[in-house]
Design a binder for this molecule. Structure first.
Ligand SMILES: [Zn+2]
Length: 197
């Protein structure tokens, strides 16, 4: 009776005398295909909540104004354009402190987050006349937070017809203006929004 061929290091090739014993491989072949995604480990490490040197929301306000997408710097929080916007003018309000939970904000930070959100809505209204807004906080990666370790409030301006077939059919969003143009326009108009408080 002939012994069943033992799987070799490559799928579909029987082992030979020249191959090391199976125990030398890190696991037993099981017929599954693997999609190796080492970049995910970097992403996962960022979600661990540690004050990461490479946290984009910690770094953004420290970069020179010409190189960042920051629209306004407040006392305890700041406003920045989302690099991956759902819509033109999609803003994020972030505390300077690296914290994840809305419940960890101090009272002063909570007030400033709310005031900057109002200022952002007024500035966007003056700049591009949206017909509505979506405001929201995604708390935790399970709830959709892309960068869960650093709290950020979304402000998404909305217009009639902006939820067209593009995102549904083609996973594509139509964005009529470049981020740098939007940033410059909002920076120019922001002082007016502040004086309205
Ligand atoms: Zn951070």
């Amino acid at each position: 009776m002939t012994a069943a061929p033992v799987a070799g290091p490559e799928p579909g090739r029987p082992a030979t005398e020249a191959d090391p014993p199976l125990a030398a491989y890190p696991g037993t072949p099981d017929g599954f295909q693997r999609l190796w995604t080492p970049h995910r480990q970097v992403y996962i490490a960022r979600q661990a909540g540690r004050p990461a040197d490479d946290c984009v929301f910690c770094l953004a306000p420290k970069v020179s104004a010409d190189d960042n997408l920051v629209v306004h710097l407040g006392e305890l929080a700041y406003v920045v354009l989302n690099l991956y916007p759902y819509n033109s003018g999609h803003l994020l309000v972030c505390p300077y402190r690296h914290l994840a939970a809305y419940t960890d904000l101090t009272d002063l930070e909570t007030v400033e987050l709310a005031r900057l959100t109002q200022q952002a809505m007024r500035t966007l209204t003056a700049y591009c006349h949206p017909q509505g807004f979506n405001l929201g906080l995604n708390q935790g990666s399970i709830a959709g937070a892309g960068i869960a370790g650093h709290l950020h409030q979304h402000i998404v301006p909305r217009w009639g017809g902006d939820a067209n077939f593009f995102p549904i059919v083609a996973q594509t969003r139509a964005l009529p203006q470049l981020l740098g143009q939007t940033r410059d326009g909002l920076r120019t108009l922001w002082p007016n929004a502040k004086s309205a408080l």
